[in-house]
Design a protein around this ligand. Sequence first.
Ligand code: ATP
Length: 204
Amino acid sequence: MYKVGITGGIGSGKTTICKVFEVLGIPVFYADTVAKEIMVTDQLLIAGIKSAFGEESYTAEGKLNNKHLAAIVFSHETELARLNALVHPAVFRAFDDWEKQIDERVPYTMKEAALLFESGSYKMCDTSVLVTAPLSLKLARVMQRDQVSAEQVKARMDKQFTDEQKAKLSGHFMVNDEEHSIIEQVLALHKQFLKKAADASSLA
Ligand code: ATP
């Protein structure tokens, strides 16, 4: 099935835009949400995390010990890379399983991931969309949504590729600046993806 990756910096509005694709009947895999879920359900991943970061990475009830893990991975970049090296392949497996249960009549699927490029996940997609928004808007949105400071949002932004780096790897672009219409941009892309998906399936 034709697969479209969609990404954008924190607060760019990629999740909001995916909801519009869902209204058009396109199933969306939310990689960041799934990553959080499988950290407490995927036994292989849980074993890997315990072996890398200690049994205390989980509580006796099987919940993630966020305080313990955050203290390790947010103070050492190599440790964060180590955690990602465990989580990303597990998310890839979850995506494969998710795709298998999608109705064959669906024209294409989407994978929404904050780290689509950083994780290498875009390589599993046929094309990708980069959502951009002005920095001031991204900051204001996330500060309001998560009740955090501008510094905290910027610290998260620093862990992601810049839009310039992402643009080099993107096939399509959307601007979510609250001036250009999201609906019109989604409809234009949807039309292109329907055509590409139909072309791809006629070649298969
Ligand atoms: P993250 O990477 O942090 O998950 P995201 O790119 O998925 O962020 P969203 O969660 O979709 O971003 O949007 C961030 C916030 O901005 C949300 O509260 C959302 O409702 C709001 N928002 C996004 N786009 C718009 C828009 N065009 N108009 C008004 N509010 C918007």
